[in-house]
Design a protein around this ligand. Structure first.
Ligand code: 0O2
Length: 214
């Protein structure tokens, strides 16, 4: 594909990412306003880069005309939560929207079944309809839901894989695996004291709101 074709190709994906990020950010604000607590800490979105798409095409032997159906994370949303139970609340929220503004195609629970690398996260593959200049289009998107600790680990592991071209030296690999377990323990410890933390954050939130009104 030429550069111009790629630009056009990405338009619906960019729109889907923008819309989904806005929707989940709005949910977060509404939770804070209505319940003084939100299971969503923050939301990120990105459209996959051309080089990353080309790598995946090569790795999985995908034909160019199959990209839209076979590469499910061209539009990617990441929902970051504070505690593990928040992940399940977010999953439930998304399930409730199934058949409304999105269709769930698949769920992958890499928390119950962590990856060999130590990766933990909950993935939902969705079909998301958009209205754009050329009409209606359904875009496949991947929503990754994870805690801040899982995200910290995954971000670092991803950059090390990039640096070492997926051939991380044995010692670093071992330490990464150890840190995946340490981050799992951190999540468990924080989960045990989540009510204390949430109470403290509510107070802090109310105080910051009051100060910003002065
Ligand atoms: P990027 O830069 O985030 O786009 P495959 O994508 O072929 O490896 P599959 O089954 O199609 O495998 O998808 P999977 O594994 O459910 O989810 C793929 C995405 O999950 C990856 O996208 C990462 O974002 C994340 N992920 C999966 N496994 C790992 C892992 O071991 N470490 C880290 N850090 N992230 C992981 P991309 O395309 O690899 O990267």
């Amino acid at each position: 594909m030429e550069v111009k074709d790629w630009k056009n190709f990405f338009i619906p994906y960019e729109q889907a990412v923008d819309e989904l990020v806005l929707k989940f950010e709005t949910l977060k604000k509404q939770f804070w306003a209505l319940e003084e607590y939100s299971p969503i800490e923050y939301v990120q979105g990105r459209v996959k880069t051309i080089s990353s798409i080309l790598e995946k095409i090569k790795k999985n032997n995908i034909a160019l005309e199959e990209i839209e159906e076979k590469i499910e994370d061209i539009a990617g949303i990441r929902i970051i939560c504070q505690f593990v139970d928040d992940i399940h609340k977010v999953v439930e929220l998304i399930r409730k929207r199934n058949g409304k503004d999105l269709i769930i195609l698949q769920e992958k629970d890499y928390i119950k079944n962590k990856k060999e690398s130590g990766y933990r996260s909950y993935h939902m593959i969705i079909r998301y309809p958009i209205q754009y200049a050329l009409g209606t289009k359904e875009v496949i998107a991947e929503i990754q839901i994870r805690t801040m600790a899982m995200n910290f680990w995954a971000t670092i592991e991803h950059s090390l894989n990039y640096k070492y071209k997926y051939d991380i030296p044995v010692d670093i690999h071992r330490r990464l695996k150890n840190s995946a377990e340490a981050s799992y323990l951190l999540d468990q410890e924080m989960y045990e004291i989540r009510e204390e933390i949430r109470d403290a954050q509510k107070l802090f939130h109310i105080r910051s709101d009051t100060i910003s009104q002065i």
